[in-house]
Write a protein that binds this ligand. Structure first.
Ligand SMILES: Cc1cc2nc3c(=O)[nH]c(=O)nc-3n(C[C@H](O)[C@H](O)[C@H](O)COP(=O)(O)OP(=O)(O)OC[C@H]3O[C@@H](n4cnc5c(N)ncnc54)[C@H](O)[C@@H]3O)c2cc1C
Ligand code: FES
Length: 292
């Protein structure tokens, strides 16, 4: 926990359209963070609590790096914080540390903003001596993030874009399918990205007999196992992703249930984001905006 600490933003970088990297002061989190763990942040006192993966930590300087994609009202409010500004609250590290399997060859598959949470896994596998193949994907080349950082800790990097503007035209699971069809074999896989992407990758790795870790992103509220908001089904059992995960055996996850629960508040989320944007564009200050 980080009570009493001022969470100042010491660096802010735009990685792509609506994707920002924040380096933030959070010394206790920086000291204890492990790959796969996350924090829950508040942009200001009365703001929504937003879970974000710890993309990097620097215990010497007492900072952590967070990569935030603007998806709705909560993340748009975070995007408003500038260099020198501060977060009202950061709680963590939360969740279980990812298990870095002792293997010779690992394949890491990351889509969109999932590249950021994959970086600590890539670093950990690279320093364990494993041969690391990383497949990263995005809609277009402009949306690919942290490619240099991923290259520095991978033996092989393969890229896919939906529109073919860089690398293979298609999605990350197409690249993996081709590698497996060409006879490539891996001892372990880690996959982080949208649920639909993780489901497709797990279909391939199950068939190829490759144990696969996924990082789940259900809606979270308290992040401490108390509210049940992040309930997921893994191997027929109910788990709370915030305390039992977020990393799980991908072959045992009920992805259809996860996707349906992620859509639970779709209408309210859209209305809230629309009202936020309307109030930003005009002089109108709506009541929702006044409460954060
Ligand atoms: C463990 C974990 C780690 C995450 N790491 C990152 C990260 O490093 N970078 C990043 O950009 N995003 C990350 N996310 C997703 C991020 O938390 C959501 O995009 C954010 O909460 C959306 O809030 P919003 O108000 O901007 O959007 P909304 O308009 O409220 O929702 C947009 C989408 O986000 C989902 N969402 C809404 N509220 C939450 C919530 N409280 N918890 C989780 N999902 C929610 C909705 O299901 C919807 O699909 C992570 C989520 C989890 C659970
Ligand atoms: S977020 Fe409340 S139980 Fe996990």
């Amino acid at each position: 926990m980080t009570f009493g600490v001022e969470h100042r933003v010491v660096e802010k970088r735009n990685l792509a359209d609506k994707i920002h990297l924040f380096k933030v002061v959070a010394p206790l989190v920086a000291r204890r963070a492990k790959p796969g763990q996350f924090v829950i942040v508040r942009s200001h006192e009365r703001a929504e609590r937003i879970p974000l993966t710890i993309a990097d930590s620097d215990p010497d300087n007492g900072t952590i790096s967070l990569v935030v994609q603007e998806m709705g009202r909560g993340t748009a409010k975070i995007a408003e914080i500038g260099e020198g500004g501060k977060f009202a609250g950061i709680v963590g590290p939360l969740g279980r540390a990812g298990n870095i399997a002792s293997v010779n060859k690992v394949v890491l598959i990351a889509g969109g903003v999932g590249v950021a949470p994959m970086l600590p896994y890539a670093r950990a596998y690279h320093s364990s001596g494993a041969h690391v193949t990383t497949i990263v994907g995005a809609k277009t080349r402009d949306m690919l993030i942290l490619l240099d950082e991923i290259e520095s800790v991978s033996d092989v990097v393969m890229v896919s874009t939906d529109d073919g503007s860089l690398g293979v035209k298609g999605v990350v699971s197409d690249v993996l399918a081709r590698l497996l069809a060409d006879g490539e074999r891996f001892d372990h896989a880690v996959c982080i990205g949208p649920a639909v992407m993780m489901k497709a990758v797990c279909g391939l790795t199950r068939e190829a007999g490759i144990p696969t870790t996924v990082s789940l992103n259900p809606i979270m509220v308290d992040g401490t196992g108390m509210c049940g908001g992040c309930r997921v089904t893994v191997g027929g059992e109910i788990k709370f992703a915030c305390v039992d995960g977020p990393g799980f055996d991908g072959h045992a996850v009920d992805f259809d249930e996860l996707m349906s629960r992620q859509r639970f508040y779709e209408r309210e989320e859209r209305l809230s984001y629309d009202s936020y944007r309307t109030s930003k564009e005009g002089s109108h200050r709506c009541r929702l905006d006044q409460i954060g």
